[in-house]
Ligand binder design. Structure first.
Ligand SMILES: [Zn+2]
Length: 145
């Protein structure tokens, strides 16, 4: 049996990822999706963006390995138990149905994609605060079985 190296025992970032990370620290306004795209790109992965032919138009689709990544804004997609956003206190009759329909649409898209043999990773906006953790997750997802 091969020895499993615990993830904390090495630096998961390649020099290129490190430079991406540094540039992310400098530019605070980088869109979450762009961050994930740059990370995947820096790991050597090539992908298609927002393919209309796939349920939910995943932000990144890796056709050859049949994997897809969604980058979700915590508020719009209602990240559970997330402290990254505050629910509006007024006009709830406007917001609630809108947000609930986003959530159920997301669930539906994930279900359909998975039923078609796709593996799906959802990266939440708040998780991008720690680039090291998120790059590890993305790499594990893309390189995993
Ligand atoms: Zn969140």
């Amino acid at each position: 049996m091969s020895k499993v190296v615990p993830p904390n025992s090495f630096d998961p970032l390649t020099p290129h990822e490190r430079s991406v990370r540094m540039s992310l620290i400098r530019s605070k306004n980088t869109k979450p999706e762009l961050i994930v795209r740059r990370l995947a790109w820096s790991m050597g992965y090539r992908y298609r963006l927002h393919l209309n032919s796939l349920p939910g138009r995943p932000d990144l689709a890796f056709l050859r390995i049949r994997k897809a990544i969604f980058v979700h804004g915590c508020f719009w997609h209602q990240h559970k138990r997330c402290k990254h956003y505050v629910m509006p206190k007024s006009r709830l009759s406007f917001w609630l149905p809108k947000l609930e329909s986003n959530v159920s649409r997301d669930k539906k898209h994930l279900r359909i994609l998975r039923s078609q043999g796709w593996e799906v990773l959802v990266v939440w906006e708040c998780q991008l605060k720690d680039i090291r953790v998120v790059s590890r997750r993305i790499r594990k997802f893309l390189e995993g079985p």
